[in-house]
Design a protein around this ligand. Sequence first.
Ligand code: PGA
Length: 266
Amino acid sequence: MKERRACIIGNWKMHGSAQMIRTFFAEFFAALASHPAALSGIEWVICPPFVYLPHILENLHQLNNLTHTVSGSLGAQNTYSEATGAFTGEVAPEMLRDIGCQWVIVGHSERRTLFYEDNTRIARKFLAAYDAGLFPVLCVGETRAERETGKTWEVIQRQLEAVFAIAPIESLTTAVIAYEPVWAIGTGLTATPEQAEAVHLAIRDWIAKRDPCLAATARLLYGGSVKADNAAGLFAMPNIDGALVGGASIIAQEFFDIVKSAKARI
Ligand code: PGA
């Protein structure tokens, strides 16, 4: 038994519709009906676009009530760093909590590059989410050019330092860190289990320098082209505690199989 509970988070990005959600849960439930204990003990989360959060929550409640063994929960893909105010188009962490959301992704590379979120902005979002009682999923990772020029650790360290300069390291009791090499996101180019493990180990060492007890319990997820057929290899690594899954998380059977393959970690 590993002391860190496996955690699989589906990031739907800007995909989905009311109809797609009905189909997704019908298929997910059918998969579960034929393997009723497959997901027990594993934590899994779905992060849909904001407008579909209540739809997903309703389906998760139904699923959890029907099975009693499933522990699916709800996450958002983004939030803002203020609790309320004149911030047109933004959603506060408190609002996410208010509707039953538990998790929120912070610092995804698409937010960093397409929406110009820098380390300072990300750190403030992380802290606001944590203070509001959400579990932040902090994404860190290097671009291909940074990897090729040997800057992987330098970049990740900078991303971590920015956040934990203002947020307490104890936030890692509930928050998780997702290592997502930018070159592996949506490209089909997964990092090898060994490449991912090396970075996860470096992140764990970094945490250990600040709090040795937390280093043993903090959960580190891998993200970037995780699929049902490569998940088990990644989860077999000692420091990979789960995954942040994009494209494969909108296909019910595929997502179910990825969650199921984390069972080997229990
Ligand atoms: P991907 O996305 O699984 O489609 O590569 C991962 C992510 O962006 O979190």
